[in-house]
Design a binder for this molecule. Structure first.
Ligand SMILES: N[C@@H](CCC(=O)N[C@@H](CS)C(=O)NCC(=O)O)C(=O)O
Length: 206
């Protein structure tokens, strides 16, 4: 059985839960309250030296970290990861998530929407808003002519980008500026097997 190490509000862990559900793969969750530091223990670091969630333990006992690498592994051989040039295009948008969007969207969401201490990141927030708006604008332009990021079908390119874009409003982004993105968010939420972010969990706080 798969074991997913996650935290309740992590968008990177959410995308893995969505794909596990969409593939019908049973899994067990080990949930962390991130500030408690249990992802930095020697036992955790032996499996994931980065000390972050998500981490997926495979039925073989081997561990994988980095959400988008986990998606690639799970989607191998399924329609969620096509072959040929479209495969490279899927990877292109997954790298876009990590390099252009994630840090800005997740940083603003955490300090404004979750920690509610924007004053502690007064210098960073305008930088995150500028970078996040740039990324959202790129996505909106790309989605003006298509329903999904690659090949007119739902793939892990969409899933990789979905969580932090869908939660960007929590970080103070005005999503009314991005109508193609908001229509795409609705399309992703409507995919068979989609599961929401865990709302109520006695364990994971962040
Ligand atoms: N690039 C990584 C980012 C993982 C990441 O930043 N995880 C956060 C939660 S979303 C975390 O574990 N933070 C705890 C920490 O930094 O100590 C991925 O996509 O999996």
């Amino acid at each position: 059985m798969y074991v997913l190490h996650d935290s309740r509000l992590s968008g990177n862990a959410w995308k893995v839960r969505i794909l596990l559900s969409q593939l019908g793969l049973p899994f067990r969750r080990v949930s962390y309250v991130l500030p408690e530091g249990r992802t930095r223990t020697p036992e955790f670091l032996a499996k994931n030296p980065v000390g972050k969630v998500p981490m997926l333990e495979l039925p073989s006992g081997e561990a994988l970290f980095e959400s988008n690498a986990i998606l690639c592994h799970l989607a191998e051989g399924t329609p969620f990861l096509p072959e040929g040039l479209d495969r490279a295009r899927v990877l292109q948008w997954m790298f876009f998530d990590q390099s252009e969007a994630l840090k800005a969207l997740a940083g603003a969401r955490f300090w404004i929407g979750i920690a509610k201490k924007p004053e502690e990141k007064a210098a960073e927030i305008p930088v995150w808003h500028a970078a996040g708006n740039k990324a959202l604008g790129i996505l909106d332009g790309h989605l003006a002519a298509r329903d999904f990021l690659v090949g007119e079908r739902y793939t892990i390119a969409d899933l990789a980008n979905f969580p932090y874009v869908a939660m960007a409003h929590e970080g103070g982004f005005d999503m009314a500026r991005y109508p193609n993105v908001t229509a795409w968010i609705d399309r992703i939420r409507a995919q068979p097997g989609h599961v929401p972010l865990i709302q109520d969990d006695a364990k994971g706080v962040v």
